[in-house]
Design a protein around this ligand. Structure first.
Ligand code: FAD
Length: 312
């Protein structure tokens, strides 16, 4: 019934791409957790994305953008409305060179790791510290991803954002409100792509630096296990992982979700974990940290989806 209603949205429209209904989000998240999205749409190009947004707006259907799904926890009751994957927006183009600087345009669906490989192969320096962060350029910009003291905002030159009405505007980095793990971009907006400013460098040195950063990551983080990266933000002056470890939470488990023994700010899906278990474990860990230190942990992961079960 619901699917029939949604199908009407696409009938007769010029939408190019893929559409699925009642799509399990566990197939689209690194945590492998999450109920069904009413609509999962993968527009092939900008006109299809514009058409889709206008149709959704006219029908009062909410939507959310999806990159690699590596920083989200989708609730068990799924997502109301549409999940829009930007995976087709994967062009990388060199825009201009100026002395030792270079500006590269990248679509928001490009995997951050693919972009880093492109930079390495071309001898462009600036992304090395971000090696090992999964997900897309769009997701990295939305959450201002970072590691080893480098944030993606440091290399952003401009960002192309489409609003709910399908209008695209170019923003300079300074005109947005970037901060620790935030870009200030509202969830009703979709990042289409960005210009990234890099320095020309020595290929061998860039490669060596990437390998070093990756080595450290692999030693300290369970990057091969199903997680969504750091669950909580670092409170000012503290490391959330250390606080969680010192509160005795390593190895704590609810259902199939477990606090990693390697890095306590990573929660691992040990099998058939449910979002409800994940949220419960977050609650227990926050409580223990607050009890021991008085500090309140704030989620770094984005928690999305229906709160309550809806029949239909
Ligand atoms: C093993 C592991 C290690 C990690 N290490 C790090 C780390 O070192 N540093 C770090 O910062 N993060 C880390 N993360 C978290 C995560 O990889 C990053 O936050 C990543 O940038 C998220 O990108 P994504 O494409 O997967 O975003 P998603 O998870 O798909 O989305 C995250 C948020 O961004 C929004 N979004 C995504 N794409 C767009 C778009 N095009 N337009 C508008 N909004 C959009 C979504 O709506 C959602 O709210 C790690 C995760 C894992 C699993």
């Amino acid at each position: 019934m619901v699917e029939l209603e949604f199908r009407k949205i696409f009938s007769g429209s010029l939408f190019e791409g893929e559409v699925k209904f009642m799509e399990p989000m566990s197939s689209h998240t690194s945590l492998r957790i999450g109920g069904n999205a009413d609509i999962y749409a993968l527009p092939a190009d900008i006109p299809s994305l514009i058409g889709l947004l206008i149709n959704l707006k006219n029908n009062g259907i909410p939507f959310i953008a999806l990159g690699g799904g590596t920083n989200i926890l989708v609730r068990d009751n799924g997502i109301e409305g549409a999940v829009i994957s930007l995976k087709s927006f994967k062009n990388i183009t060199r825009i201009k060179e100026d002395g030792d600087s270079v500006i590269i345009y990248t679509g928001s669906g490009v995997l951050l790791q693919r972009f880093i490989t492109y930079c390495k192969e071309n001898g462009y320096s600036g992304t090395e510290e971000l090696a090992g962060i999964p997900g897309t350029i769009g997701g990295a910009i939305y959450g201002n991803a970072g590691s080893f003291g480098r944030e993606i905002k440091d290399i952003l030159y401009s960002i192309d954002i489409m609003n709910e009405a399908g209008l695209i505007k170019r923003f300079t980095t300074d005109s947005l409100n970037f901060g620790y793990r935030t870009s200030g971009i509202n969830s009703g907006n979709i990042i289409i792509g960005a210009e990234i400013k890099l320095k020309k460098g020595d290929k061998e040195e860039i490669t060596k630096n990437i390998e070093n950063f990756l080595k450290i990551k692999k030693e300290k983080q369970p990057i091969w296990e199903p997680s969504a990266g750091c669950v909580f933000k670092n409170p000012p002056g503290f490391y959330a992982g250390q606080l969680i470890e010192e509160a005795g939470c390593k190895g704590l488990r609810v259902g199939d979700v477990e606090v990693s023994n390697l890095h306590a700010n990573f929660f691992i899906n040990r099998g058939r974990a449910k979002a409800a278990d994940f949220l419960k474990l977050m609650e227990i860990v926050s409580y223990k940290v607050k009890k021991k230190t008085g500090l309140i942990l704030e989620p770094e992961i984005k928690i999305i989806g229906r709160d309550e079960f809806v029949e239909g």
